[in-house]
Design a protein around this ligand. Structure first.
Ligand code: SF4
Length: 382
């Protein structure tokens, strides 16, 4: 099994917190279309021997571009790649773009899952984030998507926004439950360097998020999701039975994937590669049939550390027996030694050789994972 990700690097406007590669301009749209279709052809052998079970259009803002490019990309993918009979085909959608005729067009193209970037159902939070849509549009977008027949539907929410009180955060979650949305991703607001948010906080034009607020919101999130029978299958992802994201789950369980478009990443079990994150270079290198990506061969240490990092975030957990078979007894012993303090503190539990984080441990997932890492060493890059 494998996944295919297509990066559409255009947005109407940059959100303050955004750290993804995207341009608030359509200046290079036409040349991007040509390069994208060309890359789909060029990379046709990357997943050879694997069946694609998920195709994901992300960005950027896929709903900002003409749906014809989505249609053409899908036609090209089905021509050159091997795909299972019932693939999950997801499109990220922004509430301000969604309307009934566009949604029907996506259905017609073959999109069978929508992920809507709601972020909050309150206008002041959306203003803090510099999102283009309003709370009313966010609500309406979900209603429209449901009435267009998208029952496999997810929304993204952000917590830890300084304008978002505990009460408002609980109301955001209640709103999502009342809309009967089967998949909810909830991310903590992170302030990445070089983003507008970072600069505005440095200039004291905006308030910074606090750890106390994040922790409080995460606890509310865990409680509310349990109350409403959502499965907490990854630190930031919750779903009703059967509605987990097949695409993202492949990233977390070590399956192979190919990323197409500027800045997209790929993984084939032995190496990672990432495309140039500059649209002009991307278009130019592809037109000249030149190399548009870098590759890094992964060492055993890197593969082990990555497994720790992603597996502990999921309900499927870290499989010690599989790790012992693959990496040997010494690595397994290292894990057991380092994990014991988290077992003793009640932040991690073991069941038949599978290690998972408890609710208390999930709060500190990244810190716990990095404590369990093997010491890293240099890897070859090319
Ligand atoms: S819509 Fe998404 S990709 Fe575009 S600027 Fe906002 S957060 Fe970034």
């Amino acid at each position: 099994m494998a996944g295919l990700y297509i990066h559409i690097p255009f947005c109407r406007k940059k959100c303050h917190y955004c750290n993804f590669y995207s341009l608030a301009s359509v200046k290079y749209l036409d040349s991007f279309y040509d390069a994208l279709l060309e890359e789909i052809y060029i990379q046709r052998k990357y997943l050879e021997g694997k069946n694609i079970q998920s195709i994901y259009f992300g960005g950027g803002t896929p709903t900002f571009v003409n749906p014809d490019i989505i249609r053409q990309a899908l036609q090209s993918i089905s021509k050159y790649y091997s795909i299972v009979v019932d693939p999950e085909i997801t499109l990220e959608a922004n509430p301000d773009d969604i309307n009934n005729s566009l949604l029907r067009e996506y259905k017609d193209i073959g999109i069978n899952r929508l992920s809507i970037g709601v972020q909050s159902f309150f206008d002041d939070d959306l203003r803090y984030l510099n999102r283009l849509h309003s709370a009313g549009q966010a609500y309406q977008a979900v209603i429209e998507a449901k009435s267009a027949g998208f029952e496999n539907l997810g929304i993204d929410l952000i917590y830890g926004i300084p304008t978002l009180t505990n009460e408002k955060w609980a109301q955001n979650l209640e709103k999502a439950f009342s809309l009967d949305i089967p998949h909810i991703s909830a991310y903590s607001l992170t302030v990445e360097e070089k983003t507008a948010l970072y600069i505005l906080i440095q200039k004291k034009a905006l308030t910074a998020p606090t750890d106390e607020q994040m922790i409080g919101h995460f606890r509310i999130l865990q409680d509310k999701m349990k109350e409403h029978d959502y499965l907490h299958y990854e630190i930031s992802n919750f779903c009703k039975t059967g509605y987990y994201s097949r695409h993202n789950s492949m990233y977390w369980t070590g399956e192979h994937y190919l990323g197409i478009g500027p800045s997209a990443h790929s993984y084939n079990g032995v190496s990672r590669q990432w495309n140039v994150n500059n649209i002009l270079q991307y278009v130019d290198l592809i037109a000249r049939n030149d190399r548009f990506y870098q590759t890094e061969e992964l060492t055993d240490i890197q593969r082990f550390n990555e497994r720790i990092m992603v597996s502990l975030r999921t309900m499927w957990g870290f499989d010690l027996n599989k790790t012992r078979e693959e990496f040997g007894e010494e690595v397994a012993s290292h894990f057991l030694r380092s994990a014991s303090r988290y077992i003793n503190s009640g932040e991690m539990v073991e069941n038949n050789g599978i290690y998972t984080l408890t609710d208390a441990g999930k709060l500190f997932a990244d810190g716990i994972a990095s404590d369990l890492f093997l010491e890293s060493q240099d890897s070859s890059q090319g």
